[in-house]
Design a protein around this ligand. Sequence first.
Ligand SMILES: Cc1cc2nc3c(=O)[nH]c(=O)nc-3n(C[C@H](O)[C@H](O)[C@H](O)COP(=O)(O)O)c2cc1C
Length: 278
Amino acid sequence: MAQTEAPAQGESSRQTATLHAYGKARHSPTLRGIHVHAGHGFLLSQFLSPLFNRRDDGYGGSVEARCRIVLRVVDEVRRAVGPSYPIGIKINSTDKLEGGLTEDDALEVVRLIGQTSVDLIDISGGTYFPGAKASSDGVSDSGPYFLDFARRAKGTTNVPLMLTGGFERREQAVDAVASGAVDMVSLARGMVLNPQLAKFWLTEDGGDPEFPIFEAPPRGGVTAWYTMRLTALGEDREHTFSLDPQSALRAYEERDAQRCIKWREKFSHLAESDRRLR
Ligand SMILES: Cc1cc2nc3c(=O)[nH]c(=O)nc-3n(C[C@H](O)[C@H](O)[C@H](O)COP(=O)(O)O)c2cc1C
């Protein structure tokens, strides 16, 4: 396990609280492992990105410094779950934002994370941020979005790599693994279309899902459509699911508004303790 040193400057109580939160990770008999999310613009991803991370302490500046919190989180989670419990981590190959993480920086992140005790590095990209491009934007033809990056990343680490984003046909997944670029592929939309897809693709005649084509969907409509279909799957009513992107977006936004009310009520005490930590 890579031991990261103590911060050069005093660690704030907010940082300590953040690390402790990750250290609450638990070995669970019902879950098969832990996947740390350091991609898509969430907290750890923001630390990695020079666009968001403007810190001038030991956690900002060079790519090593920006990566430091991520390495400490991995160590903290490992300490909590023990030596043999699987830990994966998702990172961005690109933020898809001007001034964000560069591909060279992301390669260095892979190399640094590869020196920790993680069992799997999941390569993805994109940022949940207003105005940010979708992870599929700028990809010349349909297919895995970050395959070229993964090929380069393979040369920087011995930790198994997984690739996320853009797999629509079995052949693409087989090729990605057979070429040695990655060790595994991950599926999101494909599994929403067919939750049995991973099992289907283990055999040659497994078949490919039919990806719907939406004519001029509203912004956010496609994600909302997949999300509401996922909800329908969870409630065993996918056979009657018939929303179009526009109505899916409306349903999704209404549900979010309701959830925000509940979350604000439930977590108001955290906002208070966060204020005290500042
Ligand atoms: C219904 C749905 C929900 C998703 N939710 C999240 C999420 O909560 N957090 C996240 O980082 N990515 C989320 N994603 C993005 C996926 O993890 C993945 O990066 C993206 O869909 C590309 O993979 P795909 O081409 O296999 O769909 C979601 C995707 C879908 C389809």
